[in-house]
Each structure stands twice: as C-alpha cells, then as structure tokens.
Design a protein around this ligand. Structure first.
Ligand code: GRG
Length: 281
C-alpha cells in the first residue's frame, strides 16, 4: 500500500504542476520520506468499512499532500525555523523561503483540486472532501498551529485542545472520510470519531516523548525543540513518566472503544494501531 500511496502522490503533483522548480520543490518534501500515516489510516479504514476503489488512492494521496504542506510551512523561519525534516534538509533550506512557501501552498491546492475532481466524477466522495478541507482549515489544523504558537496551554485540557486541532484534526479526518465514503452505520461512525480523537492525542503525546527520548538520526528531525522554544507539551507539563502513563491510559481507551464496534471487522485496524503505540519514530 505504501508504494501505491507514493505513486499516487507523485502522479497528483506531476499531473497538475508543470515541469518547473515549483514541481521539484513539491516533490522534494513529499518524496523525502515519512510514515504515510494519514493516507494509510484512510485506506485501512476504507478497506475495513467497505471496498477500496481507484479514487481512494488519490484521495489518500491528497491527505499526504496536505500533511506535507503543513510540515513545509511549519519548518519555515517564521514558524519553527527547522533545518531537518524527514531526514533531509528542510524545503526552505534547499529551495529558499519564497519557493518553500509557494510549494506548501501548491501542495494544499493540488490536494483540493484533486478532491474536487474526484467528487465531480464520484459524488459519494463529496462529504469526505468537505471533512478533509474543514480539518485542514481555520477551525482545524491551522487553528491548532495558532493555539500552539500562542502557547496558551498550561493544563492537560489546554494541551489536548491544541493536540486535537494541530495533530488530531487531520488524523481524525482520514478515518471519518473513510466512514463517510463507506456510509458507515451511524453508531459505529461515532465510535470511530472518538477512537480517532484519542489516536490523534496519543500520537501527539508520543511525539512529545520522542522529542526528549530519541535522536535526530532516528527521527529525521531536530529533537529538543520543545524545551528550546519553551513549548508546553505532555512531557513539560506532566514529566516523562506521567506522559507515558497518559499514553498507556489513552491506548486502553482506544482498545475499549474498538470493542464497542458492531458492524466492522476490526482485526486489521487493531493490528495496525498496535504498531503505532510506543512508536520509536
Ligand atoms: C503550518 C498550517 C500548519 C500546520 C502545522 C503538522 C503541524 C501543523 C506541525 C508540525 C509540528 C508537529 C510536531 C506537529 C504535530 C503533528 C506531528 C506529529 C507531525 C508529524 O507527523 P508525522 O510523524 O510525520 O506523521 P511524517 O514525516 O512521518 O509524515
């Protein structure tokens, strides 16, 4: 599935961006690597909820393009000012700040063009497109980034609010978009919304843990940034041991929620979630 996702990402960009330095900059960050978590979550759930069809790969790739744009912009000097991403120099270090901004913009726009294109041919994808666009926007990921910049969190509720938007929104959208296309039964859809919310938070808590408990070689990005920037994270708020306890608690919540699902075979989903818990990168 990974190679299918990566082929679809490349196709989306080469189909829509003419040969140029802009296309190069877009491909550079997408092809630098990455876990492909969001497209994989979409395809995995879509497969479990229904049956995968051709547009699913392109919708999944759109999620990865949106995620990659957010990383390119997050690394800019005006934001996190990072030099390393996915084990490579960040986009602006290679292409300059102006082109990195435009490459990020173009990745987002390419994803939205693709989602519109899929939806005009297959109206059953329209709701999924709306879910994804909303999650990426001013009440979702971008809002989360602003909350994070303003460092408003000084308790667990504040931390969760940031994580739910900055990290959780797109992860949740991947799962809920799959539910929408598959017309998942209402009760199970609500359960998966809760699961997705917890999964986004546990993913962020692990990210906070790795920032103090890993290395740049393993992660492919700078570590210790949270402390440098005096960011409030699960680790700075709770300490490393309690952050790990919070992670364990969230994992138990997800497992309990999965047991409530009635109309879906959850085996493959549960097995994949298990690979995310305690991830090392
Ligand atoms: C700039 C609009 C805008 C949003 C930025 C994604 C993001 C929001 C900021 C990146 C910084 C960060 C630590 C975000 C938390 C989410 C997160 C863990 C992102 C990294 O995602 P991975 O681990 O990355 O899935 P790969 O490279 O594997 O795809």
């Amino acid at each position: 599935m990974r190679s299918a996702i990566e082929a679809a990402c490349r196709e989306l960009i080469t189909d829509r961006a003419p040969t140029s330095r802009l296309r190069e900059a877009m491909l550079y960050s997408v092809e630098a690597g990455g876990k492909r978590l969001r497209p994989y979550l979409y395809l995995l759930h879509r497969q479990a909820f229904g049956e995968l069809t051709l547009p699913d790969y392109r919708l999944a790739a759109s999620l990865e393009l949106i995620h990659t744009y957010s990383l390119v912009h997050d690394d800019l000097p005006a934001m996190d000012d990072d030099e390393l991403r996915r084990g490579k120099p960040t986009n602006h270090k290679v292409f300059g700040e102006a082109l990195a901004i435009l490459a990020g913009d173009a990745l987002l726009n390419t994803a939205l063009e693709e989602i519109f294109d899929i939806s005009r041919h297959h109206p059953e994808y329209l709701e999924a497109g709306y879910i994804i666009a909303k999650a990426a926007g001013a009440s979702g990921m971008i809002y989360g980034q602003v909350l994070d910049m303003e460092a408003k969190a000084d308790d667990l509720a504040g931390l969760r609010q940031i994580a739910d938007h900055k990290t959780g929104a797109l992860i949740s959208a991947a799962i809920d978009a799959a539910a929408a296309v598959s017309q998942l039964e209402h009760r199970d859809r609500l359960i998966f919304k809760q699961i997705a919310r917890d999964l986004g938070f546990v993913f962020q808590v692990r990210d906070d843990i790795l920032d103090v408990d890993s290395s740049a070689e393993v992660l492919g990005k700078s570590i210790g940034k949270d402390a440098d920037q005096a960011k409030v994270t699960a680790v700075t708020l709770l300490g490393l041991d309690d952050a790990k306890k919070l992670e364990d608690y969230l994992i138990e919540q997800i497992k309990a929620s999965l047991k409530q699902v009635q109309t879906v075979d959850i085996e493959a989903i549960a097995a994949y979630y298990d690979t995310l818990y305690g991830r090392k990168k």
